[in-house]
Write a protein that binds this ligand. Structure first.
Ligand code: ATP
Ligand code: MG
Length: 226
């Protein structure tokens, strides 16, 4: 099978407030595969994800999302590419409490210009696939942590992204919900032919990934394990 890269980062450098946070970071993730990013707190894992998402601007290096070199784009074009190509999942779900779960899921699709009926049909399909269809209209604030994360996973998938980025998606969950959400996440690359990059402090989650990128104190320790 020929490998299609969903994301590739070459020699990334990121600086903030006079500090070098990322230096010479390389990463390549093919469609249909997952990579876990691990490493101690404060080493730049969230920063790396935000660079891959095109939310933070790198000081040096290049990032390709599919065939788009997002590091060469202007901010507006980068935001448009992000909306089309990338799904983001955060530690606490980060849903909008004023909107119902189904409205939260449909929102990125509507922003991406997908027709209302198609956006809601796909949102309902994803809710059913994630086995939380009964929660479509439940007040978002009433959802449990695990339910919130499943809605967040559905929201990340609604635009059919080629790349899903998750930052400690199980960080606020108990062990049963962690297992559920982790299983769900690691099924995504196969079921949705996207790539998954997941930042995690949880070793049980990290070992389920196809590859592990360890970012640590010294660049010599940085390794990609197959
Ligand atoms: N805007 C900023 N100004 C100053 N320092 C920043 C800024 N953003 C990030 N940093 C610093 O960059 C470093 C890396 O932060 P980052 O959030 O990427 O770490 P992390 O690996 O995700 O940590 P954790 O595992 O605790 O989530 C930290 O020392 C952080 O304080
Ligand atoms: Mg972080």
């Amino acid at each position: 099978m020929s490998e299609v890269l969903a994301v590739e980062a070459r020699r990334l450098r990121y600086e903030v407030a006079g500090r070098v946070i990322l230096d010479e970071v390389n990463l390549a993730v093919s469609k249909g595969t997952s990579t876990a990013i691990v490493g101690p707190s404060g080493t730049g894992k969230t920063t790396l994800l935000m660079c891959l998402a095109g939310i933070l601007e790198v000081a040096a290096g290049s990032i390709f999302v599919g065939k788009h070199e997002i590091t060469a784009m202007r901010p507006a074009a980068r935001a448009a590419a992000r909306l089309r190509e990338i799904g983001l999942i955060y530690q606490f779900g980060e849903l909008l409490p004023e909107l119902s779960p189904i409205d939260n899921i449909a929102l990125p699709a509507l922003l991406a210009g997908i027709r209302r009926k198609q956006a809601y049909d796909r949102s309902r399909f994803l809710l059913a696939e994630l086995k939380v269809e009964a929660l479509a209209e439940t007040p978002t604030a009433a959802l449990s942590g695990g339910e919130r994360q499943r809605v967040a996973v559905a929201r990340a998938l609604v635009t059919e992204p080629s790349l899903v980025l998750a930052d400690e998606p199980t960080g606020s969950l108990d062990s049963a919900a962690t297992e559920l959400v982790a299983n769900l996440l690691f099924e995504l690359p196969k079921n949705h032919s996207c790539a998954l990059v997941v930042v995690t402090h949880n070793n049980q989650v990290a070992v389920q990934a196809d590859h592990i990128l360890e970012i640590g104190a010294t660049q010599d320790e940085m390794a990609v394990n197959s």
